[in-house]
Design a binder for this molecule. Structure first.
Ligand code: NDP
Length: 329
């Protein structure tokens, strides 16, 4: 009798109506892969919220265990890079979308998708960072590659009190940037200042229709919100600046003008974490181990039990989650 374990499972009936249950599975129920991992911690990202609530077609195969990221220990491996006992992290690659995901005590995946847990980092800390934090670091690295250093002027972070935003504020603050945090939750001003924000602005300033060009307010930005907000951020970016765009919390559209690009030489840097090449992932996780203060990470994360995943999924889509959530298995 194989080991049985608890998992979240998303199913669909003949009418394509989605249901989500907590079920008991065995390793025989997992999909193909050359590495089996004991999942020790996972998290609830915005995308997991979309998957569980069914608000966007994140899950494209049914029934499916959701959960786009995990940290854990290798139990069995026939992949050259991994052996029993290795501590690993997984983000993306379709896990929790088309391949059984993190919301189970076991995961079977391709060894090509795994990266080592950074030295000195716990599984819990890796999931306090999670895909949101790793994406925030990809955004920071993209701005750096574009030459946006702290001397160029302030940088704006939108959706600042969310997961991507909180980690971006903490990392940029530690690296010496003057961070302007845009939030719809003014009561989180103290939280954002403690993380490293120099200034807080109300997200209403950015959420309406954008002018073609606005006053030059920042050298760059990390945008987790999209839509009018991204259009406004671009229109207020200083000459030669750049904005790393990773999210769609306000919407997937981009109702803006080309004016910032053709009159100010502003660049829009697209950030995808799901299929990001391994070298970039390794660099992002190496940087997260050094450029994100652990006390700030603890301050921006909340630990919750497995059974709370379904409620947390609703909360994150409703914009009610502050910072990051860690699920202890
Ligand atoms: P969170 O829900 O934690 O954060 C999103 C934040 O956006 C909210 O906390 C809120 O911040 C703000 N927000 C929510 N709704 C609106 C709205 N209608 N208008 C303006 N602002 C809004 O999500 P995550 O941080 O986990 O993810 C952020 C975005 O990044 C998501 O769209 C997610 O899908 C995307 N993402 C993309 C990745 C990629 O690979 N490109 C990887 C990871 C995430 P506040 O209250 O401070 O205003």
């Amino acid at each position: 009798m194989p080991d049985r374990f608890k998992a979240v499972l998303i199913s669909r009936d003949e009418d394509k109506k989605q249901s989500v249950d907590i079920v008991t599975l065995s390793e025989d129920d997992l999909m193909e892969g050359d590495v089996t991992v004991r999942v020790e911690a996972t998290t609830v990202n915005y995308k997991d919220g979309l998957a569980i609530t069914g608000k966007a077609p994140v899950v494209r195969r049914f029934p499916l265990i959701p959960g786009i990221d995990f940290a854990g220990t290798v139990l069995r491996s026939s992949h050259d890079d991994w052996k029993e006992g290795d501590a690993v992290v997984l983000n993306g690659w379709g896990v929790g979308e088309t391949h059984h995901g993190a919301y189970a005590e076991r995961a079977r995946v391709s060894g090509d998708w795994l990266v080592p847990l950074p030295e000195g980092m716990s599984a819990h800390e890796a999931m306090a960072i999670g895909t949101a934090g790793y994406t925030a670091m990809l955004c920071v690295m993209a701005l750096e590659r574009h030459g946006i250093d702290p001397d160029r002027g302030p940088v704006v972070v939108t959706g600042a009190a969310g997961g991507v935003g909180s980690v971006a504020v903490a990392v940029l603050g530690k690296l010496g940037y003057e961070v302007i945090a845009s939030t719809g939750r003014p009561h989180e001003a103290g939280y954002l200042k403690d993380l490293g924000a120099a200034e807080i602005i109300d997200r209403d300033e950015l959420s309406g229709p954008a002018k073609s060009l606005g006053r030059e307010r920042w050298a760059g930005g990390v945008d987790a919100v999209g839509s009018h907000t991204l259009a406004n951020v671009l229109s207020m970016t200083a000459y030669g600046g750049a904005v790393a765009a990773c999210g769609l919390a306000q919407g997937m559209d981009l109702p803006g003008s080309v004016a910032p690009f053709i009159l100010r030489g502003v660049s829009l840097l697209g950030i995808d974490s799901v299929m990001a090449p391994k070298a970039l992932r390794l660099e992002a996780w190496r940087r997260l181990a050094t450029d994100l203060d652990r006390d700030k990470l603890a301050a921006l994360s909340t630990t919750m039990p497995f059974d709370a995943i379904l409620n947390a999924a609703n909360d994150i889509v409703a914009g009610k989650v502050r910072g990051r959530l860690v699920v202890e298995m």
